[in-house]
Design a protein around this ligand. Sequence first.
Ligand code: 13P
Length: 246
Amino acid sequence: MKKLIAGNWKMNGSLQANAALMYALLLDASDWACDVAVCVPPTYLSQVQGLVHGSRLDLGAQDVSEHEAGAFTGEVSAGMLKDFGVRYCIVGHSERRHYHQESDATVALKAQRALAAGITPIVCVGETLAQREAGLTEEVVKRQLAAVVHTNGHCISEIVLAYEPVWAIGTGKTASPQEAQQVHHVLRTQLQAASQHADRVRILYGGSMNASNAAALLAQPDIDGGLIGGAALKAPDFLSIVAAAR
Ligand code: 13P
């Protein structure tokens, strides 16, 4: 299966910085063996849509409203994202779950909205350090995925899943390739029970993935790509991860 490397810019960027980063990424695009996307803040969708037009880079968003339209001040709908050529949308990132109290049910609805608009949701799951230390990792990620499976039924094979252990995000601490593979395998098995097309779901790893640890993580049988935070903001770092995804 073709791997996917997606950058999550989080709340970073400016018109000027984005243009420079995109220029450097696009210069390299002819060498890519995997799919590549950048998930940008909503204010920059229009700018980055223009820059990726006709290229191999896909555009992504970082969140979507669980509602279709209406009186939801500040929210952005899946239809609006689609208007700007968005191909992927992260849902349920741990920062949204933590700072915005997004529940498993809300995340599942967001995935449903994205799918209905023809956008591939990148559904994030992952345990906190306390949950890992309490031996709850599998239980937590299974519960998070179960909500998305429950709401999305047979469409589940259309999602991208991302395992992002919260303790590895922005900390420089990565799950070892074996630790990550173990959880990816649990998630794969759960998907297989829900859909006969589960083997085509890409399961990305996210959490301090960088130029030096990417190859070992991506060599694991159930790791089908990466969701990259900090290292996605520097073209050479992001491009070395892309180069490791063959
Ligand atoms: P870092 O790569 O900065 O750890 O962030 C990972 C992440 O949260 C991607 O969504």
